[in-house]
Design a protein around this ligand. Structure first.
Ligand code: CA
Length: 226
């Protein structure tokens, strides 16, 4: 379920937005000033930010500029009350992705939200290439190289790698790996999962007996430290 942050000081508008988007199936949080908005948005976890321009404590332009300066790439839809073209362009120049002018129709807003989420989805999901140690993974070409030389990998091993890389530094249980790599239609045993991981280690670890990249976390699962 996509998660949306609404930053809007007019409580009735915030409430209408929240209820409307919830009905559309989104998970929605609302905050009512620019500082709270910036803090929440920086903490991450949102797929889209609806950002009002005129806000107490910090205006929407400043929030947007600071988010982008901090490297936060979450799509931002500005809610602007100003009809002047220059104001809209300013928002876009500061890193907003789109804007709607108040008063907006719920239909228009929903369409913009949907379009932004659709546009953003591939960018956040797709890890195209990854480098760690002397290993280079090119997911678009489905190739793994070690010190420049191509290594044979199976589709399962590539999926395992991509799952690990996306969750770098976090423990993944065998159940999570099963869900993400094998999907719901097959149910390999823990031993099968461990065997695939052993094979993958032989290909990417300098010393598969002392793995540095795919580390076992006792009683929990595995963690990728590449
Ligand atoms: Ca406002």
């Amino acid at each position: 379920m996509p998660k949306i942050l609404v930053v809007e000081d007019e409580r009735d508008i915030a409430l209408v937005l929240k209820n409307d988007l919830k009905l559309e199936g989104y998970d929605v949080d609302a905050v009512h000033d620019g500082l709270d908005g910036l803090e929440r948005a920086r903490a991450g976890g949102y797929d889209l930010i609806l950002l009002d321009v005129m806000l107490p404590k910090k205006d929407g332009y400043a929030v947007c500029r600071e988010l982008r300066a901090a490297g936060v790439r979450t799509p931002v839809l500005m809610l602007t009350a100003r009809a002047q073209e220059a104001e809209k362009i300013l928002g876009l120049e500061l890193g907003a992705d789109d804007y709607v002018t108040k008063p907006f129709s719920p239909l228009e807003l929903r369409a913009r939200v949907k379009a932004l989420l659709r546009r953003a989805a591939p960018a956040t999901e797709l890890v195209e290439t990854s480098l760690f140690g002397d290993i280079e993974v090119d997911f678009a070409r489905a190739e793994v190289r070690r010190a420049g030389a191509l290594i044979e990998t199976t589709p399962i091993e590539l999926k395992l790698l991509s799952t690990f890389i996306k969750r770098r530094g976090r423990v993944l249980t065998r159940e999570q790996l099963l869900d993400e790599v094998w999907g719901l239609n097959s149910a390999p045993t823990d031993r099968v999962i461990d065997n695939h991981i052993m094979n993958l280690r032989r290909k990417i670890e300098t010393d598969p007996q002392q793995p540095r990249y795919i580390v076992a976390v006792r009683g929990l699962g595995y963690r990728f430290d590449g």
